[in-house]
Structure formats: structure tokens, C-alpha cells
Design a protein around this ligand. Structure first.
Ligand code: SF4
Length: 352
């Protein structure tokens, strides 16, 4: 279990706890500064009746000090759906905060930095989805939660990397449109035994219509996970033959196939907690490796890490404090988009 200190309001006690977990990775003067900020945030959170949700990719001092709940997208969507607090502060990126708002229209949802976007979410628009639906009429649309609200609103059901294959199979249809992550789609196609095609934005060429396909994908990519290569895996196995390699399903199918395990961020955390290997390597956003290492000091985690998500990196303790103090940046979604997106997200949550 990852220990979190979201109820702690004493800067001194936070400093001691953070020092215990993070002394190896964060300089001491920074830990003191962060502990002070975290204590102020935790006091303000109580005053304002707010809840803080923290994604697994948050930087280690934030991740361990202020969230009431940490987890992957699906976990946090579930938490957002059941909170009774007035304000939800989402320490993650915009599409995650939007999902919280979609599920909680009457609550105030705050995103600490307006710059926290996502290359994957930006790869597709609602107009693109409408075009695909015209091209493939009647085919249900499964959309990864890493999309903006207007794209979700055009979809039949959402999925996360934890439940993507289960969602596709739950539809019981011969063909599905699966958007927008190319690699996740290819990995799900392989897992479910489906042949996938990637139509271009222009008119389809004749050969695609003649192919026997069961999935239709989109060429979106996560700019973090697309960077891992077979060469990285070969190098690390040469140096550490007993390493266990875990890959996120947004990595390429070749990288996933060459790894020992593939799963969502929460599934990777569980895997490390429940197994005993000489050492582990995570092919995912690098703050998560630091967070797992801090929570499991007896396990050796290798670092292959120059891969920090520039969008997740926008969320800091400083911005989170300012966001709570000034009630900024409030997530707003037009009701006609929110209500349609809610149907797609709620269908996903019902599947689990
Ligand atoms: S890690 Fe990838 S999918 Fe996640 S927010 Fe960053 S760019 Fe988007």
C-alpha cells in the first residue's frame, strides 16, 4: 500500500515522513519547503471542504503529501463519482479533471495548472469522431478516457488501460471503433484476437474496405510511452539478466511483447507489491517509478528515466495551493456535452 499523508496538517510531521520516504531522491532543503506547502494545502482543504485526487504520475513530494486518494484514471474517476466534498482538486491533467466534472456537475472542480494538457487527448477532435461514425455507420465507438469531454460525448462507452479489453468484449459486436491511442488499440486487438485497421482522415482506399477487420483505430500516441524501444529492453536485460520489466499498454506492441508484464499504472503497482523479484524496471512515466520505490524501500527499482510527462509535470504544490486559495482554474463543460459524455463514462464504470 502506498502511504499518503493527505490528513496531516503539521509541517514538522510532514517533513519527517517525507524525509523517511524520499531522502534519497529529493534534497533536504526542498523537502522542508514542500512539507510547509503541503501542510498549508492540507489545512486549507479542510476549511474549504475539498478533496484532492492525485494521479500516480504526480511528482513524489506532492504524491505522498496532499492527495486524499491516489491512483490511475479509473480509480480516480470512481473516487470522483462518490465524493461528498464541495470542491474536487484534481492533481493530474485536464482530461482527468474534466472526467471528475462530467461525473459531478454540481461540484467545483479545480485543475491547478491550465498548462496540464496531453498529447494523446490533443490527437483527436469531436469532428474527427463524427467523421469516423459517418464512414463506419452503426459501429460502436469505444474511447479511451485520455480524451476531452467533447470527444467522450461522441462515444458510446469509455475505457481505461485497466479495462479496455473487457469494454471491447462487453459490446458483443463484430466491429468496434477504438480511439485514440494507436498502441493501446493494437495491444487490445492482439489481446482480444481482432484484426485492426487505421483509416486515414481522407477518403478510404479500396483495399481497407475489403479487409476483414474487427477494430478501427486512430493514430494518436502518448508522447511518453512511445519513447520506449526494444533497444532499451535489450540493453537493460544485458546488464541485469534477472530484471522483471513492466510496460504500460500505451507502449508499442513490440515493447509490450518483449516485457514480462503489461498493465495499467495501478496494476503495475500491485504487481511490484505482490511479487518478489531481484529488481524491477517500469516502462512508464518516471515519477511513478520514484513513487513506487519510496513506498517499497525493500525492492530494487531500476531507473531508465529521462521520460517525464511534460503535462503532468505542470502540477506543483505551489500551483495547487494557489488553486485552492483563489478557486482557480475551474473546469466548465457545456451541459449538452457533459450529459452525453457522462453516459459514456458511467457505462464504463458499470463494467468496472
Ligand atoms: S503520460 Fe502520456 S497519456 Fe498521460 S498525460 Fe502525459 S502525454 Fe498524456
Amino acid at each position: 500500500m502506498i502511504p499518503i499523508l493527505g490528513n496531516e496538517t503539521s509541517a514538522d510531521r510532514l517533513y519527517i515522513e517525507l524525509q523517511y520516504m524520499l531522502a534519497d531522491v529529493v534534497p533536504d532543503f526542498e523537502l522542508k519547503l514542500k512539507a510547509d506547502l503541503a501542510a498549508r494545502i492540507n489545512r486549507l482543504k479542510v476549511e474549504k471542504n475539498a478533496v484532492i485526487l492525485g494521479h500516480n504520475y504526480m511528482e513524489p513530494t506532492l504524491f505522498h503529501s496532499i492527495p486524499d486518494y491516489v491512483g490511475d484514471s479509473l480509480d480516480l474517476a470512481r473516487r470522483a463519482a462518490t465524493t461528498n466534498k464541495d470542491i474536487i482538486v484534481f492533481c493530474g491533467v485536464r482530461f482527468m479533471a474534466e472526467t471528475a466534472k462530467i461525473l459531478n456537475p454540481s461540484k467545483t472542480v479545480l485543475l491547478p495548472s491550465e498548462k496540464a494538457g496531453c498529447s494523446l487527448a490533443a490527437s483527436i477532435t469531436a469532428a474527427d469522431v463524427r467523421q469516423l461514425k459517418r464512414t463506419f455507420p452503426g459501429v460502436p465507438v469505444v474511447t479511451y478516457v485520455n480524451t476531452y469531454a467533447d470527444v467522450k460525448a461522441e462515444s458510446d462507452i469509455c475505457c481505461t488501460s485497466s479495462n479496455a479489453a473487457a469494454v471491447v468484449e462487453s459490446l458483443n459486436t463484430a466491429t468496434v471503433i477504438f480511439l485514440p491511442d494507436e498502441y493501446l488499440a493494437r495491444n487490445v486487438a492482439r489481446e482480444t484476437g481482432r484484426h485492426i485497421i487505421f483509416p486515414t482522415k481522407g477518403p478510404r482506399n479500396g483495399s481497407e474496405t475489403e479487409l476483414d477487420y474487427q477494430m478501427i483505430g486512430w493514430p494518436g500516441r502518448c508522447e511518453v510511452h512511445e519513447k520506449f524501444t526494444l533497444g532499451d529492453i535489450a540493453d537493460i536485460r544485458k546488464q541485469f539478466p534477472d530484471v522483471i520489466i513492466l510496460a504500460h499498454p500505451e507502449c508499442s506492441p513490440e515493447v509490450v511483447a518483449a516485457s514480462d508484464y503489461s498493465g495499467s499504472t495501478n496494476a503495475m503497482i500491485r504487481y511490484v507489491e505482490q511479487t518478489k523479484a531481484p529488481r524491477y524496471l517500469l516502462l512508464t512515466e518516471c515519477s511513478m517509478g520514484e513513487n513506487i520505490a519510496a513506498a517499497n524501500p525493500e525492492k530494487e527499482m531500476l531507473r531508465l528515466c529521462s521520460v517525464r510527462c511534460p503535462h503532468m509535470n505542470q502540477i506543483t504544490l505551489e500551483d495547487t495551493l494557489e488553486s485552492l486559495e483563489k478557486n482557480q482554474h475551474v473546469i466548465e463543460i457545456p451541459e449538452n456535452i457533459r450529459s452525453r459524455a457522462a453516459q459514456a463514462v458511467e457505462r464504463m464504470i458499470a463494467i468496472g
